[in-house]
Write a protein that binds this ligand. Structure first.
Ligand code: PHE
Length: 335
């Protein structure tokens, strides 16, 4: 039995190796012959049984030799018994990360380094978390700013129009200090074109603590754009209006294409808009029993598509969701 195991383990990739097997086991001075010779030492009454075993052993060796010879036909290395490790492997097709994921991850990692936690919430929202809590009561004209997809009117269920709804859920569940960013998909009923889509992605941020000032807002966002676009980028703030912040400001960055001297991308102004921001309105804090006398905060919101557009010069919003591999493959290797 030991010899049988040895023979089974014997691998031959060449005709010479198969021949070596023949000589070792089946040759005139081979192992099979030697074992056969032992029969003269076996008592007569056991000769028959022993002879059967020997015959079977010989046949086994012969059969193994045939297999080894077969597998080395024409002196070719056997494909049955060996693997050619020098052959190139079968290519594995792997995809690419979507540009929106790449940019989203970059934005998230920059704010994480500043101590912001990530919060997520549902895309189907109620009126309170999307609007009411954000200081947009039922008849507020600013609701028209965000064309809303309603699922149900009474009670109102809708597709969230901004991830401020997630900030509402965080303020509901946590006490200051609060420092979160809320990435996610949002929906607005707009006609699809190169410049508008019925859904897009936002990252909103919220920071509430004692003594949070507008200077903190400016420095945080300035740090963000320098990390995202480079140290040479300049920022400017323009007064704006959001119902949930007071004062409110929109932030522009110096045009990345022309550096501020004027081109078609920045419509010859030298600046491009990147996000909305402001100090959290006292009414919003009160809605969540956060004392506006003790705590202040800032909030901001940006579109991931917009940041991606500036970073990769993508001029048509529809490209993000058409899944054209010629577009997607351009981001091969980017993580
Ligand atoms: N929620 C605003 C929007 O969707 C963005 C924003 C967030 C502006 C926070 C100011 C402060 O447009």
């Amino acid at each position: 039995d030991n010899y049988k195991q040895e023979m089974t383990a014997f691998e031959a990739t060449t005709a010479e190796a198969a021949e070596a097997f023949r000589i070792k086991y089946l040759g005139t001075k081979g192992i099979v012959k030697a074992v056969m010779g032992e029969i003269k030492n076996v008592p007569n009454d056991q000769k028959k049984a022993f002879g059967q075993i020997l015959n079977e052993f010989k046949q086994f060796a012969e059969a193994r030799y045939e297999v080894l010879k077969e597998s080395t036909v024409n002196g070719q290395p056997s494909t049955v018994n060996s693997i050619d490790i020098s052959l190139p492997g079968t290519p594995v097709a792997i995809g690419t990360r979507h540009p929106l994921s790449i940019v989203r991850n970059q934005i998230v990692s920059i704010f994480k380094r500043l101590g912001f936690a990530v919060a997520e919430g549902p895309e189907i929202e109620d009126d309170w978390h999307n609007f009411g809590a954000m200081n947009l009561p039922e008849d507020h004209p600013a609701r028209d700013m965000q064309d809303t997809f309603y699922i149900n009117q009474h009670p109102a269920w809708l597709l969230r129009t901004h991830t401020s709804s997630v900030q509402a859920r965080v303020m509901e569940a946590q006490r200051p200090p609060i420092r979160v960013i809320c990435p996610g998909r949002v929906y607005r009923n707009e006609t699809i074109s190169a410049r508008a889509h019925c859904f897009f992605h936002q990252i909103e941020g919220l920071y509430i603590d004692e003594n949070v000032s507008f200077a903190d807002l400016k420095q945080t966002l300035y740090f963000f754009v320098q990390e995202m676009f480079g140290k040479e980028v300049k920022v400017r703030f323009r007064p704006s209006y959001f119902p949930f912040t007071e004062p409110s400001a929109e932030m522009d960055i110096s045009c990345l294409i022309c550096g501020g001297s004027g081109c078609t991308v920045c419509k010859h102004t030298g600046w491009v808009e990147i996000l909305g921001s402001g100090m959290v309105h006292p009414k919003v804090l009160q809605n969540f029993d956060i004392d506006p006398e003790k705590y202040t905060g800032f909030a901001f919101g940006m579109g991931v598509e917009r940041v991606c557009q500036l970073k990769y010069r993508i001029n048509d919003l529809r490209l993000y969701s058409q899944n054209d591999v010629r577009f997607l493959r351009q981001f091969t290797g980017a993580v």
